[in-house]
Ligand binder design. Structure first.
Ligand SMILES: *Cc1c(COP(=O)(O)O)cnc(C)c1O
Length: 430
């Protein structure tokens, strides 16, 4: 593997022309040109293993061959590419398969809404609808939550840096402690419930409570099954709608198609994006309990709600869910990652790492400031793409494409191990 030459004015055009807002290209200073499965190549022919997977938009890997073929055929035949939300054959086929492969077997009778093709747009649509249905304005979110960058979604996002970008006060949202936030022995829902039940708490009854089942951006904080079940019960008892933001944890990231399947809960609204389009193409959807679907036609509109290329790839992607082979493979690869990370943390107690997560969303949280960032930088120099998460970037996150084979997984983990050893031998350098 050839290593990058740091003298090259590699990112010059981006530094000159592109806004200062750019972020990932700073973490991964290379110009990428080709990608396949779990691998990427840059213009200098360096090869990288991808343990970031488009922040969860590439659960099925880069340029999946079957999806690619479907897309090529569709383009060759002049299939409709853009159609607002008009009825197209591509959308019809996607909806039929989404019903037969995902919703029907799970006995989930939801209406499917297509908002604009981003996660934050799905969140906005869910928040709007919850407020419209209940006539209430407040929404409760959780500490360290991430729901997107538009104003409504930001209001229920925890991160101060991102919130400040709003430039206006973020109203009509209340933050409550997520599972584990108050310590291992405290059920944070005791706290939430006492606020809801006390007329002196200063917190009015919200339209909805929005949650992730695992906080990906927030530092891989996992909500327990019991916590999620109790949250559902609290919502039901109080006439509050439950929104699960499955934008990142959905589409198999934690082992099942929906991340809340293990908990057996039935959210009123579910937000999906990132990997729902299969190929990394922009697409989002919001699942709505049918009784709540009181939208007026066009009340939440958007130009790019009919990304037919995404529908074509998404339909093909759902083949992975026609039986349980894929889910089982995610589970076994997740166990491999878990064993590996635990072993690593045991090998290096001085790095004070803690293993978090499940399925193929796992990572190591470091008590030493800057350590996760140093690790991600070190692995990149060896050809592995990995990102941090958490408010203080304290977690090094391992989220490869779910389709990665064991060899690829082991090769990437080996780089993590090598880099950890180097950091251990030289904790202050890098
Ligand atoms: C990525 C993400 C979003 C926002 O999706 P965008 O497509 O970036 O707008 C919302 N919620 C969660 C949980 C996410 O991970």
């Amino acid at each position: 593997m050839k290593l990058m030459n740091p003298e090259q004015p590699l990112l010059q055009v981006f530094e000159t022309m592109e806004s200062e807002v750019r972020s990932y290209c700073r973490s991964f200073p290379a110009v990428f040109v080709k990608a396949k499965g779990y691998r990427l190549w840059d213009t200098a022919q360096n090869e990288y293993i991808d343990f970031f997977a488009g922040a969860g938009a590439l659960n099925y890997g880069h340029n999946h061959p079957a999806m690619k073929q479907k897309l090529i055929d569709y383009l060759q035949n002049d299939g409709v590419t853009h159609s607002l939300d008009m009825a197209t054959e591509a959308k019809e086929r996607f909806l039929r398969r989404f019903w037969s492969v995902i919703l029907e077997p799970r006995k989930m009778e939801y209406k499917v809404m297509f908002p604009g093709p981003t996660g934050t747009n799905s969140v906005e649509s869910a928040l709007k609808l919850a407020r419209k249905v209940t006539g209430r304005t407040t929404v409760i979110g959780f500490t360290n939550a991430f729901h997107g960058m538009t104003l409504g979604a930001l209001a229920v996002t925890g991160n101060t840096f991102k919130r400040q970008g709003a430039g206006v006060p973020l109203h009509h949202a209340v933050s409550m402690p997520y599972d584990g936030y108050l310590g291992k022995d405290i059920d944070s829902l005791d706290y939430l419930e006492s606020y809801l039940n006390d007329s002196g708490s200063g917190v009015s009854k919200p339209a909805a409570i929005i949650t992730e089942t695992i906080q990906g951006e927030g530092g891989i904080n996992v909500a327990g099954v019991k916590w999620l079940q109790r949250l559902e019960r609290i919502c039901k008892d109080n006439g509050i709608l439950l929104i699960v933001d499955d934008v990142q944890m959905g589409c198999g990231r934690t082992g099942t198609f929906f991340s809340f399947e293990q908990a057996g809960i039935r959210p009123d609204l579910v937000c999906m994006s990132k990997s729902i389009g299969g190929y990394g193409l922009p697409m989002a959807l919001t699942l709505i309990r049918p009784e709540l679907d009181i939208w007026q036609p066009g009340e939440h509109n958007g130009t790019f709600r009919g990304n037919n290329l995404a529908f074509v790839a998404a339909e093909e992607a759902l083949r992975y869910w026609e039986n349980d082979i894929f889910a089982k493979s995610i589970e076994s690869k997740g166990m491999l990652v878990n064993r590996f990370l635990n072993e690593l943390v045991r090998l290096h107690p001085e790095l004070q790492g803690e293993v978090r997560g499940k399925g193929l969303m796992q990572g190591i949280a470091f008590a030493i400031p800057g350590m996760a960032e140093r690790l991600c930088k070190a692995v990149f120099a060896k050809g592995l793409i990995m990102e941090t998460s958490g408010t203080d970037s304290e977690v090094a996150k391992i989220m490869p494409p779910l389709t990665i084979d064991e060899d690829g997984l082991r090769a990437g983990l080996h780089i993590v191990k090598e880099s950890m050893r180097e950091l251990y031998e030289n904790p202050e350098r890098n």
